[in-house]
Design a protein around this ligand. Structure first.
Ligand code: SF4
Ligand code: SF4
Length: 169
């Protein structure tokens, strides 16, 4: 991994940590904000396993550095989906330049699914439009697919239960 977290600890706020019953969007009690983890050697598996997409993908430009962009990008579904977790201190960060255009480029031709999370609200960014899916419970999953509408093929997204076969983990 060429990149390092440096002074970023944003995933310790934005992500759910089941082992600690830590909900989304609140700082972990063990986080030294902007410095690191106070229980690094004993941190839970979820923390050990998580590397954000900025850390993993050198193709993502530096301006996506989470501490500055206020967004944590996570690869899901074997890289077919990018989940964009937006810090509530800047809920419209994803709509700002250059981020919005770059997210749209990721969806071009359906190459990648992009789902934006702002608090509990989820928005599916699709090649031809966006769909506000409203509040999602932690057990909800999001599926995106193409279907034929009155004007031809169009993209669609919906919330399903975590055991729905259309959501392939
Ligand atoms: S969001 Fe990414 S860069 Fe920031 S602390 Fe987490 S893994 Fe490191
Ligand atoms: S246990 Fe450590 S690494 Fe995990 S969320 Fe808390 S501060 Fe971050």
């Amino acid at each position: 991994m060429a990149r390092e977290c440096g002074g970023c600890t944003l995933c310790c706020k934005l992500m759910v940590i089941p082992e600690l019953a830590k909900p989304k969007d609140v700082w972990c009690q063990h986080c030294a904000i902007g410095e690191g983890c106070n229980i690094y050697d004993q941190r839970p598996g979820s923390c050990r396993d998580f590397n954000c997409a900025w850390l993993m993908s050198e193709g993502l430009p530096d301006h996506w550095y989470p501490a500055r962009s206020k967004m944590v990008l996570a690869n899901e579904l074997d890289g077919r989906r990018i989940a964009v977790h937006v810090d509530l201190s800047r809920p419209d960060a994803w709509r700002q330049a250059p981020f919005y255009d770059e997210l749209k480029q990721l969806t071009a031709g359906g190459a990648r699914q992009v789902v934006i999370y702002v608090g509990a609200r989820a928005i599916a960014l699709l090649p031809d439009r966006e769909i506000d899916l409203g509040e999602c419970a932690e057990t909800d999953r999001i599926v995106t697919y193409q279907r034929v509408g009155p004007n031809g093929a169009e993209w669609h997204a919906e919330k399903v239960g975590k055991d729905d076969p259309r959501f392939a983990n």
